[in-house]
Design a protein around this ligand. Structure first.
Ligand code: CUA
Length: 318
C-alpha cells in the first residue's frame, strides 16, 4: 500500500486518469486567473495610487472589454461543465456485465459480499481489468465508501441503496476509507482493496462459498410468501417481477419510475408510494424494521436475477 506523502494518490482505475486531467485543467485555469488578478491588482495599486494634485478621471464604457471578460470566462466554465458532467455520467452508469458486490457499512466496519456468497470485512478483493459494481447500504448512520486510488466515493445512506462502479487497472493494494464522520471510531473505519489478476481472484473467490445473495433472497421471497401476490395467475394482485429490472414502469398517478435497486428498496419500505399503473395501494405490507440491510440486499439481488436479460438500468439521460 502506498506510504508517505504524495500530492495525488496513485491512479489505479480507468476513471482516475480521466478525472485527474479535469482536475489539472481546473487547477491551471484557476491558477492562471488568480495570478493575473493579483498581478493587475498590484500594477494598478501602484500606477493609480493617490498623489498630490491628481484627480480621478471619469471613465467611459468599453463594450469590447466587457464582452471579452464575459465571453471568455463563460466559455471556460462551459468547458468545465460539459467535461465534468460527462465524467459524472460515466461514473454513475455501471456498464453491462459488471462484477456485482454488495457492501454494508455499519459502525465501524465495511461488510462486503460477493455474488457467489463469499464475505469479507474491511477488505475488498476484486479482479483487475473488469468493471466492478458495488451496491451500498448502511445499517445505522451515513458512511461514505471512498477509494482514493480509484477516484470514487459514494455515501452509504440508511434506508437507501446506492451504486458505484469502477474498473481497476493495476494489481495491488489500495486504501479504503470511510469519508463521512460516523461516530467515535470513524477514523478506524478503514480497510484495503486488493486488486488481483483474474486467475488469482477466481481462486480466492472459490476458496469458500456460502449461500449466495440470490439464494438468500429467494429464501426470503418464499419465507414472506411474496409469490402469493407477485406470481402470475388467478391470485395475482401485484406485478410479476420477471424482466422488470432496468425497465421504466408506468405509475398509477401518471408518471414513470425506473425499476432499479432504489425502487425495489422503496417498495419494501414504503409499499404505498409510487404504485404501478393498474394496481392498488394497501395490498403489500411494509417490511420496514423487519429486514436487515443484508436481507434487503439479498432480496434486491434475487429480484434482479429474475431479469437475466437486463443486467443494468439504462441511463435515463444521454
Ligand atoms: Cu463510517 Cu465514518
Amino acid at each position: 500500500m502506498e506510504q508517505g506523502f504524495r500530492l495525488f494518490p496513485v491512479q489505479a482505475s480507468a476513471f482516475a486518469e480521466k478525472l485527474d486531467h479535469l482536475y489539472w485543467f481546473l487547477i491551471v485555469v484557476s491558477g492562471f486567473f488568480s495570478a493575473l488578478i493579483i498581478f493587475l491588482l498590484i500594477i494598478f495599486a501602484v500606477k493609480y495610487r493617490r498623489r498630490p494634485g491628481r484627480v480621478a478621471e471619469r471613465t467611459r464604457q468599453s463594450l469590447g472589454l466587457e464582452l471579452i471578460w464575459t465571453v471568455i470566462p463563460l466559455m471556460l466554465v462551459m468547458v468545465m461543465f460539459v467535461w465534468g458532467a460527462d465524467l459524472f455520467l460515466d461514473e454513475s452508469t455501471p456498464p453491462q456485465g459488471a462484477e456485482e458486490i454488495f457492501v454494508v457499512g455499519k459502525q465501524w466496519m465495511w461488510k462486503a459480499q460477493h455474488s457467489n456468497g463469499r464475505r469479507e470485512i474491511n477488505e475488498l478483493h476484486i479482479p483487475v481489468g473488469r468493471a466492478v459494481k458495488v451496491t451500498l447500504a448502511s445499517q445505522d448512520v451515513i458512511h461514505s465508501f471512498y477509494i482514493p486510488a480509484f477516484r470514487v466515493k459514494q455515501d452509504a445512506v440508511p434506508g437507501q441503496s446506492r451504486t458505484m462502479w469502477f474498473e481497476p487497472t493495476k494489481p495491488g493494494e489500495y486504501h479504503l476509507f470511510c469519508a463521512e464522520y460516523c461516530g467515535t471510531d470513524h477514523s478506524k473505519m478503514i480497510g484495503r482493496v486488493v486488486v488481483m489478476e483474474d486467475t488469482g481472484y477466481q481462486a480466492w473467490l472459490g476458496g469458500e462459498t456460502g449461500e449466495t445473495p440470490v439464494q438468500a433472497g429467494e429464501k426470503l421471497f418464499t419465507q414472506f410468501d411474496c409469490a402469493s401476490c407477485h406470481a402470475s395467475g388467478r391470485r395475482q394482485r401485484c406485478p410479476n417481477l420477471t424482466d422488470l429490472y432496468g425497465t421504466k414502469i408506468a405509475l398509477a398517478n401518471g408518471g414513470t419510475v425506473l425499476f432499479d435497486e432504489a425502487y425495489i428498496r422503496e417498495k419494501l419500505m414504503s409499499p404505498n408510494a409510487k404504485i404501478p399503473a393498474g394496481y392498488q395501494a394497501n395490498i403489500m405490507p411494509t417490511f420496514r424494521g423487519q429486514l436487515t440491510e443484508e436481507q434487503i440486499l439479498a432480496l434486491i439481488a434475487y429480484i434482479k436475477s429474475l431479469s437475466p436479460n437486463q443486467a443494468v438500468p439504462k441511463r435515463s439521460n444521454p
